[in-house]
Write a protein that binds this ligand. Structure first.
Ligand code: PLP
Length: 376
């Protein structure tokens, strides 16, 4: 059996090596390393894939979130509502810009922002909501957008883990996650569902004026070369990364299909085990399984993690400390928050290997070892 990885980037690369190597060599030959044709091409391909008017590539997903908040002219002290049960980048940029992060609990089934808790946290200072489509599951965007309209708030979608997911509205309308809010942000970190071979990210929006601002801020606030209208930063997707993404984007749906098949295998294996809750399959979205995360009840999670490691199976805790418990947010009253679902999940989640290259033998071995431990 091939060695089991959390994410098997090597095996995936071997399948597309010729195409990727040729695309990278084309950039090398062009010596157009910054903002070259590959970047332009990728921006328009991603815009048509997401069915959104504008895609603005940038250096990474964290920058995408930061630039989005800068473009919305949020002022120091403005409140931005985010889940605490997320990767640190979502909340970190809020504090970096001197805005006030307000942490809200998540839904115990989807692990995404709970719309009821969200509405209760809105104050006269609230300016924006940042729903996170965690593990590849879409947040309840219909409810969130209704609340945003009611209170006149911006919505910045953190789509770093869910690119390619479809959200289905009550009237049957389908939209890609990341294209629903005011601005959608994503990351092309190598292990993401659409990953490059270094850092990368993008913002998308249907608002022409906002698109111009995002583009300007990502490029030193300049409207014209050497004329700087606003304070910006330097955040670019480089041409080599764009070349890799141009090869991988057309394969994204197939990659998602492979992840969903692996998830189906795990779901079937664990269906009869009452100590394991498998990922919730909401009717209103297509889970793209950036992670396959189990919720354990009555199982020593850390001992399972060790048992799997002893059997050459990696597993991860995403994330061992929720944002509101992080030292960096102590001055924002982080530990004073009462987020029972977040704390409950933090103690009980474990993520199994999930990627495009898992085969039947590996999936059977992983599931049987999990069950061996849980049932003993
Ligand atoms: C990966 C990730 C980010 C940040 O992306 P980078 O490209 O690593 O900066 C932000 N939010 C979430 C939820 C992520 O998973």
């Amino acid at each position: 059996m091939r060695t089991i990885q959390m994410v098997d980037l090597k095996q995936q690369y071997l399948h597309i090596k010729e195409e990727v190597d040729a695309a990278i060599h084309e950039v090398l030959d062009s010596v157009s390393f910054i903002n070259g044709k590959a970047v332009q091409d990728f921006g328009s391909s991603l815009a048509s894939y997401l069915d959104v008017k504008h895609v603005i590539p940038c250096a990474n997903g964290t920058d995408a979130l930061q630039i989005a908040m800068m473009a919305l002219d949020l002022q120091p002290g403005d409140e931005v509502i985010t889940p605490s049960f997320t990767y640190i980048a979502t909340t970190e940029v809020v504090a970096l810009l001197k805005l006030k992060p307000v942490f809200v609990d998540v839904d115990p089934k989807t692990f995404c922002l709970d719309p009821v808790a969200l509405e209760k946290s809105i104050t006269s200072k609230t300016k924006a909501i940042v729903p996170v489509h965690l593990y590849g599951q879409a947040a309840d965007m219909e409810a969130i957008m209704e609340i945003a309209r009611k209170y006149n708030l911006y919505v910045i979608e953190d789509n770093a883990q869910a690119i390619g997911s479809d959200y289905i509205f009550r009237d049957g309308r389908k939209q890609k996650t990341g294209s629903i809010g005011t601005i959608g942000c994503t990351s092309f970190f190598p292990s993401k569902n659409l990953g490059c071979y270094g850092d990368g990210g993008a913002m998308c929006t249907n608002d022409d004026e906002l698109a111009g601002k995002l583009r300007m801020i990502a490029n030193h606030g300049q409207s014209k070369r050497y004329y700087h209208d606003v304070v910006g930063c330097n955040s670019r997707l480089d041409s080599i990364q764009a070349a890799v993404l141009n090869i991988k984007l057309p394969k994204l749906d197939a990659y998602i299909g492979a992840r969903r098949e692996a998830a189906d295998h795990y779901d079937r294996a664990f269906a009869a085990c009452n100590k394991i809750t498998t990922p919730f399959r909401a009717l209103n979205n297509k889970h793209v399984f950036h992670q396959y995360t189990l919720l354990l009840e009555g199982v020593d999670r850390n001992a399972l993690n060790q048992f799997l490691a002893d059997n050459q199976i990696p597993s991860m805790i995403y994330y061992p400390v929720p944002a509101h418990q992080q030292e960096m947010f102590a001055s924002f009253g982080g530990s004073a928050y009462n987020l029972p679902v977040t704390d409950w999940l933090t103690e009980r989640v474990i993520s199994l290997p999930m990627h495009t290259e898992l085969d039947q033998e590996q999936l059977e071995y992983i599931s049987s070892k999990v069950l061996e431990f849980v049932n003993r």
